[in-house]
Design a protein around this ligand. Sequence first.
Ligand SMILES: Nc1ncnc2c1ncn2[C@@H]1O[C@H](COP(=O)(O)OP(=O)(O)OP(=O)(O)O)[C@@H](O)[C@H]1O
Ligand SMILES: [Mg+2]
Length: 232
Amino acid sequence: MNLAVRCQNLTKTYDTGGQIVTALNGINLDIPMGELMMLVGPSGCGKTTLISVIAGILDQDSGLCELFGENIQQFSSKEKLHFRARNIGFVFQTFNLLPALNAAENVAIPLIINGMNRHLAKRKAIDLLTQVGLGERWTSLPSQLSGGQQQRVAIARALIHNPRLIVCDEPTSALDHETGLNVMHLLKSVALQKDRSLVIVTHDARIFEFADQVAEMDDGHIINVKDASLRT
Ligand SMILES: Nc1ncnc2c1ncn2[C@@H]1O[C@H](COP(=O)(O)OP(=O)(O)OP(=O)(O)O)[C@@H](O)[C@H]1O
Ligand SMILES: [Mg+2]
């Protein structure tokens, strides 16, 4: 089986001025290519920390995290940035849109970083914004959009460069049921492409049906991985 992600005995602690918080306490997790894995667990159990390590945004303290067979921790910071720009799309829990750029410019960023000319990148961004129901709003700044609209801009930005791994932190938290389902259909259609994989952190039981596997986390550990296709 080809793996998109292999985590072995990952640990991560934070030092908050004297107090040590253990966020990851020996994580073992394999994510196959072409699958959508959901990651669930109580607030503070380490979900955001884990996906940040997987996406190369945070460094683990110990253990191994391989992406598509490569140990990106061994890369130089420039190589790491290049690898992330090509291979990873990330939807942050707090969206992290650039406030001075309009919706289309935000979505176009990954394409421009990867060398596409701005005009073409913007056209592609507007096309994708149309798919998430925001075609009419591409000139709006993030501050002029609702929370759910900003979330859809963030999702479009994570998909635009057709990355091999898409990592989403609560991607439907600000969306109504119907918009959430539309976004999940779009994300799932990406996961069904060969060699594309998704990891989605969620509390939203309405979207569990889209998962191939559900990994349950508690207190810095993966306590259970269920194959969702075995669900009755
Ligand atoms: N930058 C940080 N500095 C110090 N502690 C942190 C930091 N980020 C996270 N933590 C702590 O690490 C633990 C795991 O946090 P994390 O954000 O990964 O949890 P989570 O499962 O994503 O929670 P939520 O569902 O509320 O988003 C928590 O105890 C949190 O307080
Ligand atoms: Mg979180």
